[in-house]
Design a protein around this ligand. Structure first.
Ligand code: NAD
Length: 383
C-alpha cells in the first residue's frame, strides 16, 4: 500500500497560520516500511517539527512532488489537518484520508469527500475509550496545549508565579484559575503547580474534582443544579439559567486571579462564553487570560482569534494552534497516534489496512465510505 504525507506548511487550510507539525516521524516511517508500506513524503514535510528529509529517507521514505500523479497514486493520505478541496479531485476515488477533519464545521468538505468515494477517518471522532487511548489525537494534542497555554500565560504576566522570600521583600504566589478541567485543563493545572502558583479550577462535570485535587489544585464548588456528562464523557450544554449562575459564581474567583485559562469545550458545538468584558474589567491590570477556544468561537468576550489582545486592561491570549508551539513533541505524539491506529487494523497476511466498520473505533471515526456519510451523529448535525 502506498502512504502519502504532504507538507502542510505549504498547503495551508487558512492564511492565519503555518502548520508546523507532520503526520509522521522517522521512527513511524521505519515502522510503516517494515509493515510493507511504500511511504512518500512531500519535500520538507517534517522540517518545521525538526525532522529533515534525510531523516525520513534513511528510514525508507521517498521524497515526492505533491502533484496529481502522486496524489492519485496514494492508498492512504495522512494529514495533521484536512485536505484542501483542490486536492480532493486529485485523490484516488477509494483512497483513505486520515486527519483532523473538524467534521462538525466542515460539512461541505465532508460531503465532497463522500461524493468522491473517499474513505475519511476523522481523528476527532475516535472514541475516548481505554482501547483507543493510544490513538487519541485529541488528548495528545490537548495535553500539550494545556502546558503551552500555561507557559504563554506565565510569559505574559508581569509577575512571577512562585512565592519568593528575599531581603527585598516577599512575593506571594500567583493565583491561577482554570475553567474546564478536561485533558488540557488538567495539564495546565499540573504545569501551574510546578511553577509554584496557587491553583483553583472549575468544571461542570463534578467527577473531575478529585483529579483537580490530586494535582494539588482546589476545586471551586458551584451549585448550578443537574449538569453531568454524555455517555462519551463530554460535558452537556448548560441551560441559560445555569450559564448565568456559573458566570456569577465565578466572578470573584476571576477578579482575584492573576491568570485565568479557559478550556471549556462542547463536543461538536460552539464553546460556551464564560467570561464577559465586565468580568474582565474586575481583574488587576496586566492580568492574563488564555482563551483556548478563541479560534472556534471563544470562551472569553473580546478575545481575538489567532491573536493576543488587551481587553479592559487584561492581556487576552487567543492565539490557538497551541500544540504546534511544541511542534516536535506534537508531531511525535500525533505520529504515534496514527501508527497505533493503522497498526490496530492492519492485516499482516494481506498487508492491507482493513476498514472494519463493525469495529467500534472505526464505526465512529470513519465518517465517509463508499460514497456515503457513515456517521449518524454527523448526519444528524448536517440536517
Ligand atoms: P473537552 O475538550 O470537550 O472540554 C474540556 C473541559 O471543559 C471538559 O472537562 C468539560 O467538562 C469542560 N466544560 C464544558 N463546558 C464547561 C463550562 N461551561 N464550564 C466549565 N467547564 C466546562 O474535554 P476533553 O478534555 O476532550 O475530555 C472529554 C472527556 O473525555 C472527559 O470526560 C475526559 O475525561 C474523557 N477522556 C477519556 C479518555 C479515555 O478514557 N481514553 C481520554 C481522554 C479524555
Amino acid at each position: 500500500m502506498k502512504l502519502l504525507v504532504l507538507n502542510e506548511a505549504r498547503h495551508a487550510i487558512d492564511d492565519s497560520f503555518v502548520e508546523q507539525r507532520c503526520a509522521v516521524t522517522p521512527a513511524t516511517v521505519m515502522r510503516f516500511t517494515r509493515m510493507g508500506f511504500t511511504v512518500m513524503l512531500e519535500q520538507d514535510a517534517g522540517a518545521l517539527s525538526g525532522y529533515p528529509d534525510a531523516a525520513y529517507t534513511e528510514q525508507g521514505a521517498t521524497i515526492v512532488e505533491a502533484n496529481a500523479d502522486v496524489l492519485g497514486d496514494a492508498d492512504i493520505v495522512l494529514y495533521v489537518n484536512r485536505p484542501l478541496s483542490s486536492q480532493l479531485a486529485q485523490l484516488k476515488a477509494n483512497a483513505l484520508v486520515i486527519g483532523h477533519i473538524d467534521p462538525f464545521f466542515q460539512q461541505e468538505l465532508v460531503e465532497s469527500m463522500a461524493g468522491k468515494g473517499l474513505s475519511t477517518l476523522s481523528v476527532e471522532m475516535i472514541p475516548r475509550s481505554s482501547r483507543a487511548q493510544k490513538m487519541d489525537a485529541l488528548s495528545s494534542q490537548a495535553s500539550l496545549a494545556g502546558y503551552v497555554m500555561m507557559m504563554q500565560a506565565a510569559n505574559a504576566l508581569p509577575s512571577i508565579l512562585p512565592m519568593m522570600m528575599t531581603p527585598s521583600g516577599t512575593i506571594k504566589p500567583a493565583k491561577v484559575f482554570i475553567i474546564g478541567a478536561g485533558v488540557a485543563g488538567l495539564q495546565a493545572i499540573a504545569t501551574a503547580k510546578r511553577l509554584g502558583a496557587n491553583v483553583l479550577a472549575y468544571d461542570t462535570r463534578p467527577v473531575v474534582a478529585e483529579q483537580v485535587e490530586s494535582l494539588g489544585g482546589k476545586f471551586l464548588k458551584i451549585d448550578i443544579g443537574e449538569t453531568g456528562q454524555t455517555k462519551d464523557g463530554y460535558a452537556k450544554e448548560l441551560t441559560d439559567e445555569q450559564k448565568a449562575k456559573q458566570q456569577e459564581a465565578q466572578r470573584d474567583a476571576i477578579a482575584d486571579s492573576d491568570i485565568v485559562i479557559t478550556t471549556a469545550q462542547l463536543f461538536g458545538r460552539k464553546p460556551p462564553v464564560l467570561i464577559s468584558k465586565q468580568t474582565l474589567a474586575l481583574m488587576k491590570p496586566g492580568s492574563v487570560v488564555v482563551d483556548m477556544a478563541a479560534l472556534s468561537g471563544g470562551n472569553v468576550e473580546g478575545s481575538v482569534p489567532g491573536k493576543t489582545a488587551v481587553v479592559e486592561g487584561v492581556t487576552v491570549i487567543g492565539d490557538g494552534h497551541w500544540s504546534q508551539r511544541v511542534a516536535r513533541d506534537a508531531t511525535d505524539m500525533y505520529a504515534n497516534n496514527l501508527i497505533n491506529l493503522i497498526d490496530e487494523f492492519f492485516d499482516k497476511e494481506s498487508k492491507q489496512f482493513t476498514l472494519d466498520l463493525e469495529d467500534e473505533i472505526l464505526a465512529s471515526s470513519v465518517i465517509t465510505h463508499a460514497g456515503e456519510i457513515t456517521n449518524d451523529m454527523l448526519k444528524n448535525a448536517y440536517k
